[in-house]
Each structure stands twice: as structure tokens, then as C-alpha cells.
Design a protein around this ligand. Structure first.
Ligand SMILES: [Zn+2]
Length: 313
């Protein structure tokens, strides 16, 4: 999610640059220019919006999308809550986890589980955000690193997550489609970030004016952002499915399997939530920007008369 935030910041910088170009975009569109500040389309006359409207739209769109993005942690709360609760059951999962690694065939392919915990030095700077893998060391997260074929987790606390991470390793090494889904993760985040940028671009054309590809992308940027994150959701679901299958094979107790399923559905909720919230944030930003930047239809006394209440700027 840090990646998304970065994309969002880039979007704001790009938007600031584009604010000054919105008029050029408008003039370059298919709308016919009939004077310096008036445009006609389909028998109606339109005027571009001023910088004031553009800035108001930009600030409101940014505020709305930030507020919506701010709800993201709510979706991971149930997951983190259960994760912390499961720390005391860790011993019950640990044995089955290492057995799963052995029976999965992943060990032969070079996959290893790396115990990732706080060291004495980490403890000295525990409050610092500089600690790499802080959540993993705390036992509230785990990860699989495809380039190194390693599962990183705190084996004294977070073994319940390990089956899912082995599922990621299987997605990476044992399935063409699942490997492709895994490879779509960062491009998906990039597209979502790009859509956040597009959402903040001015709408240069009057409503119902002929649309080009750029307009279609702008109109659907929320949907595109949501869809671009779905491969990640699908890959996460598949990793959990494979992880649960492995856990069953390793002989993990039925009641613990039930627990595992509950836990992994909460993990999936986090990813689903991220996709929905990102799509909504982009959609809201696009709608607000459109509202404040779409050229206004004006009434004129005759076709040659200048607009009544319009002043440039
Ligand atoms: Zn995962």
C-alpha cells in the first residue's frame, strides 16, 4: 500500500503541472473554437472553467480520495486481531507448517522458511519505523519473496500465516496462470496509481461531445483501478486455497483447519477492501474533478454576442 501512496503523491505533482495546461487540452479537443474563450458544440456554446474552479476541484477531489483511502486499515483490522490472538496457538501450527514444506515438493525447488524476529539491536530502536520487516518481526505479517524463494515469518508467533505463504510459493513455482497473476501485482498497482493521476486531470470537453480513447479512460478510471487490482486478489485467494490444502495434507487438526479458513478469509477481506477502496477513491476524485472542470454551457443573446457573465481567469 506504500506503493499506492507513492503513486498518489506522483499524481498530485502531475496534476499540479497539468492545471496550467488544461486550457491547451481543451483547445486541442474536437470542440470547435469560435472565439478566444468560447466554444461551440452541437448548437450550444461553452466556456472553459477558470483556475479557481480547477483548484477547488483539485483540492476537494484530493481530500475526498484521501478520506476514502483512509478507510483501508479498517479492512485489515479483523485479520490483525485474529493474528495476534493466534500467537498463543503458534506451537500447534509450527509442526504442521514445516511438514507442509517437506510434503509440498517446494523444498526440492529451493524454497526455505526464514525465521524473522527482532534482534537485540532491533529492540534498541524498536519504535523507529526504520526497522525492515517490522510487522513480520512482530508476528503480525509474513511474506513470500519470489526472487529469493523464501518465506519470511516469525516462527515463534506467526506460523498460521506460513501455509498461505507456501501457497504463494506454489503459485510462483507450480502454476503458469498463478505465476502470471503474481507477476500482475505491481503492474496492477502501477495502473491503479496512474488512474489516480488520470482522475485528477481536467475534463476538457462538454458533456456528450464525441469521445476519444483518453475520454473513455477518464470516464472509467475508477473501474480500471479496481479491475487492475483483481489479479492480486485472485492470487491471494489461490495462495490461501493451496495453503489450506497443504495444511490438511500435513495432518493439521480439523478444528485448526477451521480456524485457518476463518483467518485466511479475513486476510482476503484486506485485499478485497484495498481493491474496492482504491476504485472508489479514484471514482470519487474523477467525478469531483469533472464537476469542477467540465466546460459550462452558457446562454447568449445572439450567436455573435459575447457571453454575459464570463471573465477569463
Ligand atoms: Zn498473501
Amino acid at each position: 500500500m506504500k506503493y499506492l501512496t507513492l503513486c498518489y503523491k506522483v499524481a498530485i505533482i502531475v496534476k499540479t503541472m497539468f492545471l496550467y495546461n488544461s486550457r491547451i487540452l481543451f483547445k486541442a479537443s474536437v470542440v470547435v473554437t469560435i472565439s478566444n474563450n468560447m466554444y461551440s458544440y452541437d448548437g450550444n456554446i461553452y466556456i472553459p472553467r477558470g483556475q479557481g474552479d480547477s483548484w477547488t476541484g483539485f483540492l476537494l477531489a484530493s481530500a475526498a480520495s484521501s478520506a476514502i483511502m483512509g478507510t483501508m486499515p479498517l479492512f485489515s483490522k479483523p485479520f490483525i486481531k485474529q493474528m495476534k490472538k493466534e500467537h498463543i496457538n503458534n506451537d500447534l501450527y509450527r509442526e504442521a507448517l514445516f511438514k507442509s514444506l517437506n510434503i509440498s515438493g517446494l523444498k526440492e525447488k529451493g524454497v526455505r522458511i526464514i525465521d524473522t524476529q527482532f534482534t537485540g539491536l532491533d529492540q534498541l530502536v524498536k519504535d523507529s519505523k526504520q526497522i525492515i520487516d517490522k510487522d513480520i518481526k512482530e508476528g503480525i505479517n509474513a511474506c513470500y519473496v519470489p526472487t529469493q524463494k523464501i518465506v519470511k515469518l516469525n516462527t515463534d508467533k506467526a506460523c498460521i500465516s506460513g501455509f498461505h505463504e507456501l501457497g504463494h510459493a506454489m503459485n510462483n513455482l507450480k502454476g503458469k496462470l498463478s505465476n502470471l497473476l503474481q507477476k500482475c501485482r505491481y503492474p496492477g498497482y502501477t495502473i491503479a496509481g496512474l488512474m489516480a493521476t488520470v482522475a485528477l486531470f481536467s475534463t476538457p470537453k462538454p458533456k456528450n461531445a464525441p469521445k476519444d480513447i483518453e475520454d473513455h479512460i477518464r470516464d472509467n478510471c475508477g473501474k480500471i483501478a479496481f479491475i487492475s487490482m483483481l489479479p492480486t486478489v485472485a492470487e491471494e485467494a489461490l495462495a490461501s486455497h493451496r495453503g489450506i490444502k497443504l495444511a490438511k495434507k500435513s495432518g493439521l487438526d480439523k478444528s485448526l483447519i477451521k480456524n485457518l479458513k476463518k483467518f485466511y478469509s479475513k486476510a482476503l477481506l484486506t485485499y478485497m477492501g484495498n481493491a474496492v477502496v482504491t476504485g472508489l477513491a479514484v471514482f470519487a476524485a474523477a467525478k469531483i474533478t469533472e464537476y469542477f472542470t467540465r466546460p459550462k454551457k452558457i446562454s447568449v443573446q445572439s450567436s455573435s454576442a459575447p457571453p454575459l457573465f464570463y471573465q477569463e481567469g
